[in-house]
Write a protein that binds this ligand. Structure first.
Ligand code: FAD
Length: 376
């Protein structure tokens, strides 16, 4: 069957954009990808990967490399601040009986795996470049790039993240990202042998987690309530993070705190969310990933749903009889799942900040993970 597009431009080479490039190239579509960062860097510490995201990696053809270079495990332990086991959450093996149901990886490692697959399948990548403007008609989109060049495309995909310039050009009235009232600290540490899966310690208002990202390393994360999204000076990172860990007497948290040093990679990020109402496309320009649905990390699924967007978009383009039909079908398949993740993650954050109902928190977690296990 002939695809309804012959070529496509992807704007933004994050996890969503690279996944779109991989899936479109598999169908033989000519793909250009422009990425603003001349060095195509990926910032940050570890990223949690759930079963649905592992399933998506299998579709992208990168699961084996992920399993070699990242970490996969089963189940999550939830403990009190002094270390008593409160619950063990199962993580169903939805990527296949031979693949654990959960895991984590260093962001730059995942970015490198996806970038290698993107280039290997023949996407033309241009770094340090973006879209200056575009003009579309019924048959295509005329794009002018920031380097002055121009090219016509059958489809343009905006995957340029939370502060998307493509969203600003396409949907200028869309809401802006909103600060959630929480920030998250993350640090990379050596992995002691006995930390073999995700562990969470729940304090009255703060939550601490440890998550292996490879055989040698793990990442530590701590949520903190903060009234504003002000910048924290990096020279204060170590002492502020250790202060947040101080109320936790659990031996593994104490050990993690002691391992932190001035040389540790520590990152602080205020958490912002955004859900753009439908439509996510105008004519032949469509937005995916954080550009339309940026979630706080309470369900650790933001990257996963962006990657799924790419898979579903390519699938609908292969099946549809026209571009508008494909984009409408894409949006219909993605809306409820992405809305659910953004909404439920935000609600989990609100409950944590209010010191609210733990039963509601547990119910939302359980129902959200069940919903994410459904086929996309
Ligand atoms: C603190 C924190 C923790 C998180 N933890 C998890 C987790 O554990 N698990 C999980 O699944 N998700 C997590 N997420 C969410 C996840 O990081 C995002 O959902 C995901 O990175 C979105 O990918 P994206 O490709 O849509 O956007 P981005 O990752 O933002 O990528 C956008 C890309 O576009 C480029 N770009 C920007 N502007 C332009 C432009 N004008 N032109 C060209 N290129 C441009 C950028 O340089 C970047 O490469 C977390 C998020 C935060 C903030």
């Amino acid at each position: 069957m002939t695809n309804v597009i012959q070529n496509a431009l992807i704007v933004g080479g994050g996890f969503s954009g690279m996944s779109a490039a991989i899936e479109l190239r598999k169908q033989g579509i000519a793909v250009d990808l422009v990425e603003l960062d001349p060095e195509w860097r990926s910032y940050g510490a570890g990223i949690s990967i759930g079963g649905p995201t592992l399933r998506a990696f299998r579709t992208l053809g990168v699961l084996e490399r992920y399993l070699e270079q990242g970490y996969a495990c089963d189940g999550v332990e939830i403990r009190s601040s002094d270390g008593h086991l409160l619950a063990e959450l199962p993580t169903p093996r939805i990527a296949g009986h031979d693949v654990p149901g959960s895991g984590a990886v260093m962001r730059p490692v995942l970015a490198k795996i996806l970038a290698e697959q993107t280039r290997a399948l023949g996407t033309q990548v241009r770094l340090g470049c973006s879209v200056a403007s575009f003009l579309q008609d019924a048959e295509g989109v005329e794009v002018r790039f920031t380097d002055g060049s121009t090219k016509r495309y059958d489809l343009v995909i905006g995957s340029d993240g939370l502060f998307s310039a493509m969203r600003q050009m396409l949907l200028p009235d869309a809401p802006k990202p909103r600060y959630s009232g929480q920030g998250v600290w993350r640090a990379v540490l050596p992995r002691p042998n006995h930390i073999v899966r995700t562990m969470l310690w729940v304090g009255p208002k703060t939550k601490v987690g440890l998550n292996p990202v490879s055989q040698d390393e793990m990442y530590l994360f701590v949520n903190e309530d903060k009234p504003t999204n002000e910048r924290v000076p990096p020279e204060q990172f170590l002492s502020l993070l250790q202060q947040l860990l101080a109320p936790f007497s659990a031996p593994d948290v104490r050990q993690a705190s002691d391992m932190l040093s001035a040389d540790s990679l520590i990152v602080y990020r205020p958490l912002e969310g955004l859900l753009v109402q439908q439509p996510w496309y105008v004519g032949r320009v469509v937005l995916i990933g954080d550009a339309v649905h940026a979630t706080t990390p309470h369900l650790a699924s933001g990257a996963g749903i962006g990657i799924e967007d790419a898979i579903v978009l390519a699938d609908e383009l292969a099946k549809a009889s026209s571009v508008p039909a494909a984009l409408q079908a894409f949006q219909s398949r993605r809306w409820e799942r992405c809305r659910m993740v953004v909404h439920n993650s935000a609600r989990l954050g609100e409950i944590e900040m209010a010191g609210g109902d733990k039963a509601e928190h547990a119910r939302i977690m359980r129902e959200s993970f069940q919903a994410l296990c459904e086929p996309i």
